[in-house]
Structure formats: C-alpha cells, structure tokens
Design a protein around this ligand. Structure first.
Ligand code: NAP
Ligand code: F7E
Length: 326
C-alpha cells in the first residue's frame, strides 16, 4: 500500500486531497501543527477524520519533519501547509516568509536527508504572476509577485526546481489558480460572499462589506484541482504545471451571481469598505492549463456557475442547521 504525507491537512486542499488519495487506496498521513484546538472540521465534514493518520509537524521545525519522514517513510509528500492568506501577509511578512517560503525548503531538506527517493509536491500559486506580464499565464510567464505571500511562494517554487536539478529529487510545483469549495476559509472572498449571502437570507446580517470589486480571478473547484496534484507525481519525469480553468470573473460578478441564487440583488447589500483593500492588489489572473491537459490529461469539471451555486447551497444549509430551521 502506497503511503502519502500531506502537510496542511487541516486546510481546504488537505481535506480534499486526503479524500482523493484514500479513494485511490493510499495510506494517508496528515501533518498538523500543534495548537490549543486542532481544527479537524474539514476532515469531519468529508467523513474521513478516522481514516487519516494524524502526525504532529511544524514546517518551521526541520527536526520534526525529519522525524516524521523517518517514522512514516512516505512514497509521496504533498506540501500544502502555508500562511496562505495574501492580506495577512502584508501584516506578517516575516512569518509568511518563514512558513510559506522557508517551510517548503525545510521539507525539501528533510527529504534530501532522510530519503531522496520520496516524491515531493509543492503548492505554488498563480499569485506568483502578480502584476501579470502575459495574458493568459502559463509555465513560461515571468513572475512578478505583488505581496509578501507571493514573494515567499516564488522562493519556494525556485527552491523546488533547484532541488530537482541539483539533487535529482522528484519534485513538482503545481502553479494553481484560485480554487474554492464549501470548505474554503471564511476569510477568502468567495466564501465570505456565499456565507454572507446565507446569513443575509436568514436575517442574521444586513450587509456584506467587501474591498476591491474589480479584481478578476480564475476560480476553479478545489475537488477538481487535487486530482492534478496526484497526476503530477505519477508522471515519468517531475515537472511544473499551471492548473486553471481559463476563465476570469470579477469579485463583483461572483457577488452578483451568489445573491441571485437566493433571489436578491447584490447592490442592495454589498458595501465597499476600504479596510478590505490591499496595499497592492493583483487585478487579473487567468491561466492557460494546456500543458496539464496534454501531459496529465487533466481538465476542470465544474463550471463557474456550478461552483457558485454549490457554495451558496452549502452555506444556506449550514446556516439553516445552525438555526435549527427545517
Ligand atoms: P488553507 O486552507 O489556508 O490551509 C493552510 C494549511 O497550512 C492549514 O492546514 C494550516 O494549519 C497549515 N499551516 C500553516 N502554518 C503551518 C505551520 N507552520 N506548520 C504546519 N502547518 C501549517 O490553504 P488551502 O487553500 O488548502 O491551500 C493549500 C496550499 O495551496 C497553500 O500552500 C496555499 O498557499 C496554496 N494555494 C492555494 C490556492 C487556493 O486557491 N486555495 C491556490 C494556489 C496555491 P492550521 O489549521 O494549523 O492553520
Ligand atoms: O482575494 C479581492 C481581493 O483573498 C481575491 C489564496 O488562496 O488564491 C487566494 O488568494 C480577490 C483579491 O484570494 C475582499 O482584493 C475584495 O483581489 O479570496 P482572496 P487571493 O488573494 O486571490 C491564491 C491563488 C493563493 O495562492 C492564496 O493562497 O478578492 N477582495 N474584497 C477581497 N478579498 C478578501 N479576502 N476579502 C474581501 O472582503
């Protein structure tokens, strides 16, 4: 039985990837960092909490990663852990650099020390394209990071390439565009909107305060995207791939469609609040995933419209359940 280790098991992608790998027959080890209350809600939501073997690991502690690799002896490591919220990276640039940048290098170092045959996946990001140099963005597009988060991801990306070239490690970097789901963190704009819509619908809120409505993103579905991670590690050669839908939509459009799902007009509820504007924002991201389509045979399954509807429905259910409404 193949063994996989996922860092960031408590996050959105950790949960969906664990579910995917369990279905593939893997033994799945989920690495979590110690906190007063470990958040296993997403694993519970998917009904896989008991099937994932939890191991404590902090990305900042090389020794802890080495010990976990020695004990688990995984075939594949998926490094999904990060300080992943762009807005917070402006307030905590050093912590973000340590976790999101150096943290990935700690995992690569541990692999190099314990067993260089372990395959490695790095969760890179479309944010690395930042102030975009080409539209759409593909594997050849130069990076222009616009936040401490993006700069840290660029460092981790190049270190992944470097460990592949310098030490022959099977290391892949997936440059994923935004991907969402009912398990997305509430701080990200899509989930903030769908949760806000549900709360307004059930009378728990009167308005929804947002920042830059003009930003455009290539939003895909997290459950579709985790398959691409696994496919990258099954190829004969390690490589880097853009994963995207190829469609861009604005925050305004996402909000309009979400409110329309419950028969409301977004303009009656959305308030633009400068506190949610970033010191430097990324205005447009749209990816070209042709390489993934041709080499991996991967393509997205969920449309933008289906994604919005799925997220609104899930939040309506959640709010209804919390209120005990039938
Ligand atoms: P997420 O929900 O924010 O999850 C991040 C995970 O990292 C959490 O499990 C968190 O644990 C863990 N973590 C943070 N600091 C850690 C540390 N010092 N040691 C160990 N674990 C730590 O993120 P996601 O949306 O699932 O994204 C997964 C990865 O893909 C991230 O690296 C993200 O930057 C990247 N990415 C995401 C997207 C997207 O659209 N979702 C797109 C491109 C790339 P706690 O629960 O303890 O906080
Ligand atoms: O912002 C604008 C905001 O925080 C999207 C992470 O997973 O994807 C994610 O990063 C856009 C930005 O995601 C609000 O200014 C407007 O232009 O949902 P977001 P992100 O910054 O694109 C990438 C690929 C990652 O790698 C990251 O880890 O929406 N926006 N109003 C807002 N954003 C938030 N959060 N809240 C607002 O009220």
């Amino acid at each position: 039985m193949k063994k996989s280790l996922i860092t960031g098991i408590t996050g959105q992608d950790g949960a969906y990837l664990a579910q995917f790998l369990l279905k593939k027959g893997y033994r799945v080890y989920g690495a979590f960092r110690r906190s007063s209350t470990v958040n296993l809600e997403r694993l519970a939501y998917l009904g896989i909490k008991e099937q994932v073997e939890l191991v404590p690991l902090d990305l900042l502690d090389l020794g802890s990663i080495i010990r976990v690799l020695e004990n688990v002896q995984p075939d594949e490591v998926y490094n999904l852990a990060a300080q992943s919220f762009v807005a917070v990276s402006f307030d905590q640039p050093v912590a973000t650099g340590r976790i999101t940048g150096l943290g990935a290098v700690n995992v690569l170092e541990a692999i190099r020390i314990v067993n260089p045959k372990i395959k490695f996946y790095q969760a890179s990001s479309s944010e690395m394209f930042g102030k975009v140099q080409n539209v759409p963005q593909n594997e050849q597009t130069p990076f222009y990071p616009r936040s401490p988060y993006a700069a840290a991801k660029v460092y981790a990306h190049w270190m992944t390439v470097n460990y592949r070239e310098a030490y022959g490690i099977f290391a892949c970097s997936g440059i994923l565009f935004n991907h969402e789901s009912p398990l997305r963190g509430l701080e990200f704009v899509t989930r903030k909107i769908t949760d806000g819509v549900a709360r307004i619908k059930y009378g728990l809120a009167k308005e929804l305060r947002l920042g830059n409505l003009e930003a455009r993103r290539d939003w895909g579905c997290a459950e579709d995207y985790v398959e691409a991670l696994w496919l990258m590690l099954q190829q004969p050669q390690p490589d880097d791939y853009v994963i995207a839908t190829g469609e861009a939509h604005s925050v305004r459009e996402f909000a309009a469609r979400s409110f329309a799902c419950v028969g409301l007009n977004w303009e009656d509820y959305v308030v633009v609040d400068p506190q949610f504007m970033r010191p430097a924002d990324v205005e447009l991201l749209v990816g070209d995933a042709s390489k993934a389509r041709h080499v991996l045979g991967w393509k997205p399954k969920t449309t933008f419209e289906q994604l919005v509807e799925m997220m609104v429905e899930a939040d309506l259910r959640r709010v209804r359940d919390s209120l005990g409404v039938r």
